[in-house]
Ligand binder design. Structure first.
Ligand code: XMP
Length: 318
C-alpha cells in the first residue's frame, strides 16, 4: 500500500521539480485542505512560499485567529491575513437569495485574492488545496442540468489568474488529507476539523446577513460544538453546526417577554459529503445543548433540531 510517508516524499520531490526556484502563493481558507497543502509545499520549497488568507468574516468563532497563530506562530510561514469582513458584509447587504449570496462571496473572494497576489510581484505559481471530490462534486450538483448550489472554495480560483497551478492534494480524499496532515505534524484539533463551506456562515443564516446575526450564530454554534466535543461525539460526526433562522418567536425569560430568533441544530454522518444521514443524538444531549444555547446566547429563545438525510435534504441549508 502507498503510505502517507511515501506520498509525502514523492510529492515534495514533485513540487520541487515543478516549481524550481519560483515563488508560490497559496490560498488558505482556515480549513484542513488548504492548511495541509501549504505545509507540504512549505516542506518542499520553504521561503519561496507565501500564504494568503482571505478572511471574509464569515468563519466560526476564533477560527481566523487559530489559522494566523498556527501559520505565523508555530510554523513561521509568511502569511498575509486580509481582514475583508466589512467588505464582504457590505456586498451582502440586503441580499437574501442563497445563490446570490454564494455568487457574491465567490466573486469577491477571487477579487480580494487577486489584489493581494498581485502585490507579490514575482509570484509565478498558485497553490490550492483542491481534493479529488471537489471536481466530482461539481458533477453531482450539475445533475440533470439543474444547479443545486454553486460551490465556492479556495480550490476554485480562476485560471485567468495567469499563475501556474500547484495542487498537491488533487488525487486525495478527505480522510487521506487528514492522514497526510497528521504525517506532517498538524495538530490533531486542526486535522480533525469538520468540513466547512467556502461561503461560511453566510449560508447558515437564511435571509439577510447582519453583523448581529453573525454574532448570535457564532455563539450558538460554539456552544453546540463544545457540547459535542464534551460528549466525545465530534469525530463520529461528519459535520455539525447551528443555523440561525430568520424567524422570531415569543418566549419568556424571568418575568419578561422575549421576542427572539430560532436556532436550528444540524448534524450528519457521511464519508464523502456527497450523501449523508442525520446523526441521532439522545434526547438528553439535545435538551442540554438547547438549554445552554437559550440561556447563554442573547437573541435566541428557541432551538429546533432537524433531520433530513441528504438527499432529499442537502447538508447545508442554502
Ligand atoms: P451540501 O449542502 O451541498 O454540502 O449537501 C455538501 C458538502 O459540501 C460542503 N459545501 C461546500 N464546500 N464550498 C465548499 O468548499 C461551498 O460552496 C460549499 N457548499 C457546501 C458542505 O459543508 C458539505 O460538507
Amino acid at each position: 500500500a502507498w503510505s502517507m510517508a511515501q506520498f509525502r516524499e514523492a510529492e515534495v520531490a514533485r513540487i520541487r521539480e515543478q516549481v524550481g526556484d519560483g515563488r508560490v502563493v497559496c490560498g488558505l481558507s482556515g480549513g484542513v485542505d488548504s492548511a495541509v497543502a501549504a505545509l507540504l509545499i512549505h516542506e518542499a520549497i520553504g521561503e519561496q512560499l507565501t500564504c494568503i488568507f482571505v478572511d471574509h468574516g464569515l468563519l466560526r468563532q476564533d477560527e481566523a485567529t487559530q489559522v494566523v497563530d498556527l501559520f505565523r506562530g508555530a510554523y513561521n510561514i509568511p502569511l498575509v491575513h486580509v481582514d475583508a469582513g466589512e467588505r464582504f458584509l457590505r456586498a451582502l447587504e440586503g441580499v437574501s437569495d442563497p445563490e446570490a449570496k454564494r455568487k457574491i462571496i465567490g466573486r469577491l473572494f477571487v477579487e480580494v485574492f487577486e489584489e493581494e497576489s498581485e502585490k507579490l510581484e514575482d509570484a509565478e505559481f498558485l497553490a490550492q488545496g483542491t481534493l479529488y471530490p471537489d471536481a466530482s462534486r461539481a458533477c453531482r450538483r450539475g445533475r440533470a442540468s439543474v444547479t443545486i448550489k454553486s460551490h465556492h472554495n479556495v480550490g476554485g480560483l480562476p485560471e485567468t489568474m495567469k499563475l501556474k497551478l500547484v495542487e498537491p492534494l488533487r488525487a486525495l480524499f478527505k480522510d487521506e488529507v487528514r492522514a497526510l496532515g497528521r504525517e506532517l505534524g498538524l495538530p490533531e484539533a486542526f486535522v480533525g476539523r469538520h468540513p466547512f463551506p467556502g461561503p461560511g456562515l453566510a449560508i447558515r443564516i437564511p435571509g439577510e446577513i447582519t453583523p448581529e446575526k453573525l454574532d448570535i450564530l457564532r455563539k450558538a454554534d460554539a456552544i453546540y460544538l463544545e457540547e459535542i466535543r464534551k460528549a466525545g461525539l465530534y469525530d463520529t460526526i461528519w459535520q455539525a453546526f447551528a443555523v440561525l433562522l430568520p424567524v422570531r418567536t415569543v418566549g419568556v425569560m424571568g418575568d419578561a417577554r422575549t421576542y427572539d430568533f430560532v436556532c436550528a441544530l444540524r448534524a450528519v454522518t457521511s464519508t464523502d459529503g456527497m450523501t449523508a444521514d442525520y446523526y441521532d443524538f439522545s434526547h438528553d444531549f439535545l435538551g442540554h445543548a438547547a438549554r445552554r444555547i437559550i440561556n447563554e446566547v442573547r437573541g435566541i429563545n428557541r432551538v429546533s433540531t432537524t433531520s433530513p438525510p441528504s438527499p432529499p435534504g442537502t447538508i447545508e441549508w442554502e
